[in-house]
Design a protein around this ligand. Structure first.
Ligand code: ADP
Length: 395
């Protein structure tokens, strides 16, 4: 009864992991990609071995059949693995979902209906849920939402200053995302500090391809940089983050249609737009080589990070800890140093040697005299989805 199958589905791919909830150990992980194409690809990994094959994959149901095939291929058929439940990551839970939820037909339909707010994500999550429930009809399925953790934000944090009737009619408000990561990282940071999360004021910086900052007071999200959609806030791989909404109107009046503006801001902006690559490692190398576009992209990224660190220090009335996580946050030593440089007045002092020490463990990178403890804490969204799934199933 201890294995949870965690599903993270997009429109053309499904990532999956089988996690032992007691030990937290990953037994299997895999990726089915190019769903809907003739050259679909499956990668199924067990400790010490990877199985890779290509085959046409018509839809999400076919993708799940390939996943099941992968388990059999690896000599560990799913039927023998005692899967207790399936946990699904769902991007948008709207104002309806405040925590992990057992999926019924009605819940599945609600998730589909929320596709109005997240057209790129929820329809794919829904297709995967339908296909997974067909493939595994005898186990409970649980939805774990990226937005749920932020449902604790006060009204003043989630309201935009627009006409309130229009806001209500169209569902325009801040929802926030990356909640699964912000939640698990804040708990692991508290564990590292050996203090209860309820006592702490925390600023979490989740910096991956997508990036967001979160202000957490006593374990509750009180503000976050992503908004109604994951486009707002920090500079990301291909997303602009904050931009004057008047610029969108200007672009549209200049002749770009909705899809063109969507593509520009979601797919062609951020690091890619400023410096030609969405991969922070390229920007890092460019900065080291003195490339001007890379240097500007880095400076814009750092300036935006400081905006949010400063804003959240003010909102929280100070902080006990600032935590860096995800691909960039966990690995980019100069970025962490630059984001915290000049913040000594706020009691934030990075220790250069600690910051540069290679490690993949949760660790302190501030000096002993720093009033705010700065941490690097690896995120683990799949383990958190498994934990929340088990919580629902165990009642
Ligand atoms: P995702 O949002 O897709 O889960 P990740 O959290 O894996 O993304 O983060 C991916 C980002 O982390 C990429 O931009 C990558 O360049 C960056 N990254 C990974 N390693 C390093 C490194 N050593 N230095 C700088 N950036 C890094």
């Amino acid at each position: 009864m201890h294995n949870i199958l965690v599903i993270n589905a997009g429109s053309s791919s499904i990532k999956y992991q089988l996690i032992d909830c007691v030990t937290g150990q990953r037994r299997t992980s895999g990726l089915v990609e190019r769903i809907g194409e003739a050259n679909g690809r499956v990668q199924h990994e067990v400790p010490g071995e990877a199985f890779v094959w290509e085959t046409p994959i018509a839809d999400h149901s076919a993708a799940f059949r390939q996943m099941v095939h992968g388990f059999a291929k690896a000599g560990t058929p799913l039927a023998e693995l005692d899967v207790a439940a399936v946990g699904h990551r769902v991007v948008q839970g709207g104002s309806e979902f405040h925590g992990p939820t057992l999926i019924t037909d009605e819940v599945a339909e609600q998730i589909l209906a929320l596709g109005e707010l997240a057209p790129l994500h929820n329809p794919a999550n829904y297709s995967a849920i339908v296909a997974a429930r067909e493939t595994f009809p005898d186990v409970p399925h649980v939805a774990v939402f990226d937005t749920a953790f932020h449902q604790t934000m006060p009204e003043a944090a989630y309201s935009y200053a627009i006409d309130k009737n229009a806001a209500e009619k169209y569902g325009v408000r801040r929802y926030g995302f990356h909640g699964i990561s912000h939640q698990v990282v804040s708990q692991r940071a508290a564990a590292l500090l050996d203090r209860p999360v309820s006592e702490l004021k925390q600023i979490i910086l989740h910096l991956g391809n997508g990036a967001s900052a979160c202000a957490i007071d006593g374990g509750r999200s009180v503000d976050t940089s992503m908004g109604m959609t994951p486009l707002a806030g920090l500079v990301m791989g291909t997303r602009s983050g904050d931009i004057d909404p008047g610029a969108l109107l200007h672009l549209m009046r200049a002749g770009l249609d909705v899809d063109a503006v969507d593509r520009l801001l979601n797919k062609e902006s951020g690091l890619l737009g400023l410096a030609g690559s969405n991969d922070m490692r390229d920007i890092r190398a460019g900065v080291a080589a003195g490339d001007e576009a890379a240097m500007l992209a880095f400076e814009v990224t750092i300036r935006r990070l400081k905006h949010y660190i400063g804003a959240y220090l003010a909102l929280l009335g100070g902080a006990d800890t600032i935590v860096f996580t995800a691909g960039v946050g966990e690995n980019h030593v100069p970025l962490r140093a630059a984001a915290c440089a000049g913040l000594e007045w706020f009691g934030i002092e990075i220790d250069a040697e600690r910051n540069a020490a290679p490690s993949s463990a949760a660790r302190v990178i501030s000096s002993d005299s720093s009033r705010v403890t700065v941490l690097v804490v690896p995120t683990d969204e799949e383990a958190e989805i498994a934990r929340q799934t088990l919580e629902v199933v165990a009642g």
